[in-house]
Design a protein around this ligand. Structure first.
Ligand code: UDP
Length: 314
């Protein structure tokens, strides 16, 4: 199998790249490093089945030679990143998805889209199942990501129905683990960075909004299974263990005995009040479910953050 993986230098892309290489695939990563980090793939440099090319996939993509699978993971994905890069986010979800689908069609390759629970917006039902159409404010600040991914899903289904491309769509819920950027602005890296620098953790709103955090190895396993399946409609992958953000901050704070108490800051506009995946479809179709609990996953991730922070300071 030869795969083209866009966004392979990102948090999830790099873990997926590792998995594909471990499964014996050849992988060509395309990444413009706008939010990805080359060091996420440093350990693969020189590997005979790994290549990386710096490329902006919103422009025409030319890849010589045969390709069996195109996996489109390129996109800013943290709210802070996509608020800073609104046009790039819209372009990579729309033009980038069009170009990567075109590549898959031209190469007679399979196609995999990394979509998101953000397609459900600020959901009015919980947990969110794949049948729910969502509650998205398309002109709000998060609309640049949400609508780009909703368009990406629409064009992926169109290439499947009209051109017969063998496509797959995963809706990824909040995920955490090693290689998240400490400065990406998301809840966990923010809390950890604040704790490591002696600042109080900033909880937005009253911290009563919920999220459900999936450890990265579980997520990648679900993605790999979906990539090999015959399912074309979107599938949620995430951990249904739901927790309020305040409780989550306190769980992280326990790992930093000297951390000051949390402080409360205004809730960003359109911040979803609840988010929890209904994973029955993944359980049924892929025989998949998460195995790593929050305490175990946090332990591994906080170790990673502490080590990389210490290395950075040297
Ligand atoms: N959040 C917070 N403090 C922070 C960063 C985030 O309370 O320093 C909250 C944010 O408002 C949201 C939740 O944590 O309700 C998860 O935010 P994140 O940016 O990780 O991703 P999201 O799930 O919103 O895409």
């Amino acid at each position: 199998m030869r795969a083209v993986l866009t966004g392979g230098a990102g948090f999830l892309g790099s873990h997926l790249c590792d998995r594909l290489i471990a499964e014996g695939w050849d992988v060509l990563v395309l990444d413009n490093l706008v939010t990805g980090v080359a060091t996420n793939l440093a350990h693969l440099q020189g590997h005979p089945r790994f290549q990386m090319q710096r490329m902006d996939v919103t422009k025409f993509i030319d890849v010589p030679g045969p390709v069996d699978y195109v996996l489109h993971f390129a996109s800013p994905a943290s709210p802070v990143d996509y608020l800073k890069l609104p046009i790039q986010t819209l372009k990579v979800g729309s033009l980038g998805t069009h170009n990567t689908l075109g590549l898959a069609l031209a190469k007679k390759a399979k196609f995999f889209l990394a979509s998101t629970s953000e397609c459900y917006g600020d959901p009015e039902v919980s947990p969110q199942s794949e049948e729910y159409w969502g509650h998205v404010n398309q002109i709000g600040p998060r609309g640049v990501y949400d609508e780009a991914k909703r368009f990406a899903e629409a064009i992926t289904m169109a290439y499947h129905r009209y051109h017969g491309v063998d496509t797959h769509i995963v809706r990824i819920f909040n995920t955490y683990g090693p290689r998240m950027r400490l400065n990406d602005g998301r809840a966990l890296p923010n809390f950890v960075h604040q704790a490591l620098t002696g600042q109080p953790m900033t909880v937005y709103g009253e911290g009563q909004q919920t999220r459900s955090f999936c450890y990265v190895s579980d997520l990648i396993d679900g993605i790999y299974r979906l990539a090999l399946s015959s399912e074309h409609l979107p599938v949620n992958i995430g951990n249904p263990q739901e927790i309020t953000i305040l409780e989550f901050a306190e769980r992280v704070r326990k790992h930093f005995p000297n951390a000051p108490p949390v402080v409360f800051r205004p809730l960003p506009q359109d911040d979803p009040k609840q988010r929890c995946p209904d994973i029955r479809k993944a359980q049924r179709l892929l025989q998949w479910q998460p195995k790593v609990g929050l305490e175990e996953g946090l332990g591994i991730t906080l170790d990673y953050f502490k080590k990389s922070f210490a290395a950075e300071k040297k």
